[in-house]
Design a protein around this ligand. Structure first.
Ligand code: NAG
Ligand code: NAG
Length: 437
C-alpha cells in the first residue's frame, strides 16, 4: 500500500471506502491468480444510505477513478434498495415502494436511476463505470422480495424465455418463497426461497443471469451470512456464478456472529465475507475489529480458498470523510466523528489484525505497526531481537542495518533505535516501514 493513499483518505470528501484487510504479504498458495490481493473499492452506504441517485453514483465513481484507482481501488458498488422509489412514505422498512419486473425481479427505480428506463436495468451505469476503467458492483438481498411474493409473480425460465413450468403447471413466487424465513433485519423486505425446488433454483438463476447481462462485476449478497446464515442459497448462487461466462466477484454479508468455523463452510464458494457488523465512525467499532482480525489471521484464512480464486474476510467500510447515518433517508451531511488518530488506526487495522504487528512487503520492506487502544498516550516499543525471531534472516538483529520512516509523522530514521519505540496518542497508531540491508 502506498503512502499517498493514507493521506488521501483524509482529504476525500463524501467517500466511504470499503473492504478488507490489506496484507502487504501476498500468499503464493495454489497458483490462484484471481484475487491475489483483497478486492478494494468504494461502496455507497456510509455516505448515502439507500438514497443515492445515478448522478451521485457516477460522480463518486469519477472521484474513485481519479484518485484511488491507481492504488488498487477498482470497484464501485451501489448498496441496498436501489429498486426503491425515493418518495414520501418510502424508507428502509416500508413495503410496496419497490420497482419489480413481470418476473418478480428487482429493477433500479427510474426516479433515481433514469438510465434504467425502458427495461435497461443497470446496463448504462455499468458501461459508464467500465469506461472509467473501474468495475461495477451491486448489493442484493436474500431470495425473493415480499412485494413479488404478494404479487405472486411468475418465474422466468431462462432456458425458454417464458414462464417456468413443471408437472404441467406454471410456478409462481408463492410456490417458492418461505415466509417464515424472512430476513431478520428487514422482515418486510425479503425472504428465502426454497432451493430444494427446481422452481426456486430457476428463480435465483433468473436473477443472477440478469445481473450478468447488465454488466455487473461484483455482487454483495446480503442477509445470507453471519446471524442470517443461509448456506443453501449461497451454495446455489455460487454455482450459478461459477457457470457464467462473465466473472462476478461474490461477497457475503452481514458479519454479525461470524467465526472462522462458520467461514470455513464457505470454502470455494465466495470471494469476500463480512466478519463484523456494520462499521461506523465510533471508537467502539474500530476497537472491536482487532480481535476479529486476529482470529481470522490465526486461522490462516487471509486469504482462503474462494470462488474461482481466493476469499478474503471483510471488516466492512472505512467510514471517513462526509457521511450519513444508518437507515436514514439522507445523503452525506456530516463529517466523520473519529479523531484523526482514530481514523489512522481504522485504516491501519486493515493491514494488521493485532495490537503490535509485523509483516513483510513485496519489495523486501518490513512493516511494523503499533496500536494504542488505551485512553492515554502510551510509549510503545519492540525489541529488534524479538522482531528478528519472527522474521529470521532479515538482518533485524543489526540495528545499524535498518533504516526507514514512520508513515504518519513522516519521521525518517537513518538507523533505527533498539528498541524501536514511539509515543502513540490515545486510540492512535504508528506505522514503520523499514529496510534492512
Ligand atoms: C422445500 O421444498 C421441499 C421439496 O418440496 C420440501 O420437502 C420442503 O419442506 C420445503 N422446505 C420448506 C422450508 O418449505
Ligand atoms: C457522531 O456524533 C454525533 C454528535 O456527537 C452523534 O449524535 C452520532 O451518534 C455520532 N455517530 C456515530 C456513528 O457514532
Amino acid at each position: 500500500m502506498k503512502t499517498s493513499l493514507f493521506f488521501f483518505f483524509f482529504f476525500c470528501c463524501s467517500l466511504s471506502l470499503l473492504f478488507c484487510f490489506h496484507l502487504p504479504r501476498v500468499s503464493s498458495s495454489a497458483g490462484v491468480d484471481r484475487l491475489k490481493l483483497p478486492p478494494r473499492g468504494w461502496n455507497s452506504y456510509d455516505s448515502f444510505c439507500w438514497t443515492i441517485s445515478e448522478d451521485d453514483f457516477l460522480t463518486s465513481a469519477k472521484v474513485v477513478a481519479k484518485y484511488l484507482k491507481s492504488h488498487g481501488y477498482e470497484y464501485v458498488v451501489v448498496d441496498y434498495l436501489w429498486y426503491r422509489r425515493l418518495v414520501p412514505g418510502a424508507y428502509v422498512e416500508s413495503l410496496g415502494f419497490d420497482v419489480i419486473d413481470q418476473w418478480g425481479r428487482m429493477v433500479p427505480a427510474p426516479d433515481r436511476w433514469p438510465s434504467a428506463k425502458s427495461g435497461k436495468g443497470f446496463t448504462e451505469v455499468a458501461k459508464e463505470v467500465h469506461s472509467l476503467g473501474l468495475k461495477f458492483g451491486i448489493h442484493v438481498m436474500r431470495g425473493l422480495s415480499r412485494q413479488a411474493f404478494d404479487a405472486n409473480t411468475p418465474i422466468l425460465d431462462i432456458t425458454t424465455g417464458r414462464a417456468y413450468k413443471e408437472s404441467g403447471r406454471e410456478w409462481r413466487a408463492q410456490d417458492i418463497g418461505i415466509k417464515e424465513r424472512s430476513c431478520a433485519w428487514m422482515p418486510h423486505g425479503f425472504m428465502s426461497v426454497n432451493t430444494s425446488l427446481p422452481a426456486g433454483r430457476a428463480f435465483l438463476s433468473s436473477l443472477y443471469h440478469q445481473y450478468a447481462e447488465w454488466g455487473v462485476d461484483f455482487i454483495k449478497h446480503d442477509c445470507v451470512f453471519g446471524a442470517d446464515f443461509n448456506l443453501e442459497e449461497i451454495t446455489y448462487v455460487s454455482r450459478v456464478l461459477k457457470k457464467l461466462n462473465r466473472p462476478i466477484l461474490y461477497s457475503l454479508s452481514p458479519g454479525t456472529s461470524v467465526t472462522p468455523t462458520m467461514a470455513k463452510e464457505l470454502k470455494g464458494l465466495a470471494n469476500m465475507y463480512r466478519v463484523t457488523a456494520d462499521d461506523w465512525d465510533s471508537w467502539g467499532d474500530v476497537a472491536s475489529h482487532f480481535d476479529v482480525a486476529r482470529d481470522f489471521a490465526k486461522a490462516e484464512m487471509v486469504p482462503g480458498e474462494g470462488l474461482l480464486g481466493n476469499s478474503w474476510p471483510d471488516l466492512d467500510m472505512l467510514p471517513l470523510g462526509w457521511l450519513t447515518d444508518q437507515g436514514v433517508n439522507r445523503g452525506p451531511h456530516r463529517q466523520c466523528n473519529l479523531t484523526l488518530d482514530e481514523q489512522r488506526t481504522q485504516v491501519d487495522v486493515r493491514i494488521s489484525g493485532v495490537r503490535s504487528w509485523i509483516a513483510t512487503g513485496r519489495r523486501g520492506e518490513i512493516y511494523v505497526a503499533f496500536f494504542n487502544l488505551n485512553v492515554e498516550k502510551t510509549l510503545i516499543s519492540a525489541k529488534l531481537s524479538d522482531m528478528a525471531k519472527v522474521l529470521p534472516g532479515r538482518n533485524l538483529e543489526h540495528k545499524a542495518a535498518c533504516k526507514g520512516r514512520e508513515v504518519w509523522s513522516g519521521q525518517r530514521y537513518g538507523a533505527v533505535g533498539d528498541p524501536l519505540e514511539m509515543v502513540v496518542e490515545k486510540h492512535g497508531c504508528a506505522l514503520f516501514v523499514l529496510t534492512c540491508s
